[in-house]
Design a protein around this ligand. Structure first.
Ligand code: HEC
Ligand code: HEC
Ligand code: HEC
Ligand code: HEC
Ligand code: HEC
Ligand code: HEC
Ligand code: HEC
Ligand code: HEC
Ligand code: HEC
Ligand code: HEC
Length: 326
């Protein structure tokens, strides 16, 4: 059948070429237009007609959609409540029902994302997706359906079940992100990480992958605002502020994973010494190598533990908390 269709297509092309060469009489042109229209026509058939062929035994089972939010016929906003039902998403498919030509809109990772996304954005442009246009994923030609599944009872990327003992990692959101962001999988398996491994947290707690006002698709306009949504106590205001913390948590922490404790970008004291080269007392890691130097064997760095004395690195509200010592 497909072959016949293709042959018919070639014939139509030939016909068009010949017709052009001889400058079509108006009647023939109209006829051709009609033919083209028919190609793009919506099938008047009902839902059940699609399901005649696409039933439970089909290679790709589509009926679960009837039990998802998209399948709620009583909700006038859903695709299946629209006049052409399945064709709201799949486009005009009269020709498809006739002779197995492809339906008007096809979905798949190998097809251009633009036309696929247009269908979804027709109903989902606002809300969380207000910044979709121009976002990194949109600019990278990622299709909505690279992350979302339509014909399943539960869209894996939407699963909110965070009980650590469910295999959400394998079937849920993180697994989908890792398909393209494999390096993040390695990061969250480092010794210190946010609890993403067991699904207690999700990537979408910090990222709005549909685009955002912030850097790196963060849910808030700045990195710090994003962190404060959960670590509110780090916001302050502090009597004694530590400038790098109020400015950017990323000065000392990495969000996904680190082999240093508490998600630090480097170990203490090296971390502190990356900024504090000189000071009231020596800030050199292991004291000065030169025994004649006054800093040699300095007791302040003897334990290498800046945090032993400067305990409140994020800022202090203690009246005597200057230098974050309490
Ligand atoms: C006469 C049987 C028949 C009817 C009726 C039918 N289809 Fe199909 N459809 C097929 C066959 C055969 C295929 C190709 C094999 C497959 O993918 O299962 C197909 C494929 C598809 C595909 C995949 C196309 C692709 O290449 O990506 C979609 C989407 C589709 N049909 C939607 C619909 C919709 C929507 C309706 C109702 C308007 C419908 N079909 C009605 C037989 C039918
Ligand atoms: C909300 C939009 C939407 C609606 C409504 C919808 N589909 Fe789909 N359909 C998709 C998407 C997207 C895919 C690609 C696979 C996926 O994401 O699950 C798809 C895939 C398919 C396929 C398989 C294509 C393949 O790769 O073999 C068939 C067949 C199909 N749909 C038929 C139907 C039928 C029949 C209906 C009506 C009962 C329907 N669809 C309603 C969006 C929709
Ligand atoms: C005709 C309008 C329409 C189209 C087209 C449409 N949707 Fe929807 N979608 C809805 C409605 C209505 C809901 C239910 C919203 C609600 O309950 O608040 C919904 C819900 C959703 C949800 C949430 C499902 C859940 O489990 O909560 C996702 C995800 C979604 N749509 C993705 C898509 C994608 C991807 C496409 C394109 C393949 C698409 N939609 C096409 C109208 C549409
Ligand atoms: C990179 C993966 C990804 C892509 C691409 C993507 N989404 Fe989503 N989508 C998600 C995740 C993750 C959630 C759950 C967000 C949450 O829990 O806050 C979601 C939630 C949704 C919801 C339900 C919640 C809401 O905002 O109402 C809808 C509707 C939706 N997406 C539509 C779309 C549409 C339309 C597109 C394409 C323009 C799209 N998505 C592209 C990952 C994606
Ligand atoms: C605790 C919040 C948080 C969580 C959870 C989180 N991220 Fe991020 N992500 C960030 C921040 C903050 C940045 C910006 C980092 C920077 O600018 O150095 C970022 C940047 C990114 C980037 C772009 C820059 C880069 O490092 O490659 C990608 C891709 C990314 N995250 C993917 C993910 C994925 C996938 C997940 C889930 C496994 C995830 N993120 C979970 C906070 C988070
Ligand atoms: C189909 C592939 C694909 C999937 C699936 C995917 N992404 Fe992406 N993502 C990309 C591409 C491509 C880029 C842009 C290039 C890059 O930075 O790697 C990107 C960029 C990002 C960025 C960086 C944004 C910026 O401004 O730099 C973040 C954050 C991100 N993705 C998070 C996620 C999360 C979270 C998920 C899962 C819900 C996800 N992505 C799923 C392909 C994907
Ligand atoms: C959605 C909530 C949430 C957001 C947003 C969030 N965190 Fe966390 N954070 C957590 C949870 C939950 C833990 C684990 C606490 C525990 O294990 O007791 C944690 C732990 C940490 C730890 C300690 C890790 C360890 O190994 O002990 C650091 C450091 C941290 N977060 C920094 C950040 C930074 C920086 C940001 C912003 C980029 C951020 N968090 C955003 C929820 C969040
Ligand atoms: C100057 C470096 C530095 C900056 C900037 C910084 N932190 Fe930390 N953070 C640390 C160090 C060092 C530890 C380990 C403290 C310890 O072990 O006593 C830590 C520990 C943490 C912890 C886990 C222990 C706790 O105190 O709850 C969280 C959560 C955290 N930081 C969040 C943040 C957030 C949110 C920001 C941004 C507002 C931030 N940090 C900025 C150095 C920093
Ligand atoms: C990204 C650079 C940076 C890092 C990393 C950093 N600091 Fe700071 N720190 C600053 C700046 C900037 C100030 C403010 C200096 C000023 O006001 O003159 C400051 C101030 C201080 C002060 C108070 C100094 C004063 O004069 O009041 C102490 C104590 C301090 N830091 C300790 C630490 C410790 C301990 C660490 C490691 C956990 C650390 N800092 C990591 C940049 C940094
Ligand atoms: C044994 C406790 C102790 C240790 C360990 C220690 N400090 Fe201090 N630090 C102090 C005291 C005490 C002061 C002066 C406080 C004051 O004047 O109120 C100080 C002052 C500072 C100042 C302010 C200097 C100035 O010029 O005003 C900085 C910066 C600082 N320390 C960084 C560090 C760093 C980085 C480390 C780790 C390499 C470290 N400290 C380890 C006790 C310590």
């Amino acid at each position: 059948m497909r072959r016949m269709t293709r042959r018919a297509g070639i014939a139509a092309l030939l016909f068009a070429a010949v017709a052009l060469a001889f400058a079509l009489p108006p009647a023939a042109a109209a006829e051709e237009e009609e033919e083209a229209e028919e190609e793009e026509a919506y099938a008047e058939e009902e839902l059940s007609d699609c399901l005649d062929c696409h039933d439970e035994s089909a290679r790709y089972p589509v009926t679960p959609i009837l039990a998802t939010p998209h399948g709620v016929k009583a909700d006038a906003r859903t695709p299946l409540a629209q006049q052409y039902e399945c064709q709201t998403c799949h486009g005009p498919s009269a020709a498809h029902i006739e002779d197995e030509a492809a339906p008007g809109v096809r979905f798949g990772p190998d097809l251009p994302a633009g036309p696929q996304n247009e269908v979804c954005l027709g109903c989902h442009q606002g809300g969380e997706r207000i910044n979709w246009q121009g976002s990194v994923h949109a600019a990278s030609e990622i299709a909505c359906t690279s992350c979302h599944s339509i014909h399943v009872l539960e869209d894996p990327v939407m699963i909110k079940d965070r009980r650590p003992d469910t295999p959400v990692m394998r079937r849920g959101q993180t697994a989908i992100c890792f398909q393209c962001h494999a390096e993040k999988r390695a990061e969250i398996h480092k010794t210190s990480s946010h609890p993403l491994r067991d699904g207690v947290m999700l990537c979408s707690d910090c990222h709005n992958v549909h685009g955002s006002m912030g850097p790196s698709n963060l849910v808030k306009p700045t990195l710090n605002e994003t962190c404060y949504t959960c670590h509110a106590e780090k916001r302050g205001p502090f009597l004694w502020e530590h400038a790098p913390a109020s400015e950017d948590c990323g000065n000392c922490h990495t969000p996904h994973g680190s082999n240093h404790p508490t998600l630090l970008t480097a170990r203490v004291p090296q971390l502190c010494q990356s900024c504090h080269l000189t000071g009231f007392h020596t800030a050199t890691a292991y004291g000065a190598p030169d025994p004649s130097s006054p800093a040699f064997g300095d007791r302040f760095v003897g334990a290498k533990g800046c945090l032993n004395c400067h305990v409140e690195v994020h800022g202090s509200n203690h009246p005597s908390g200057v230098r974050f010592k309490r």
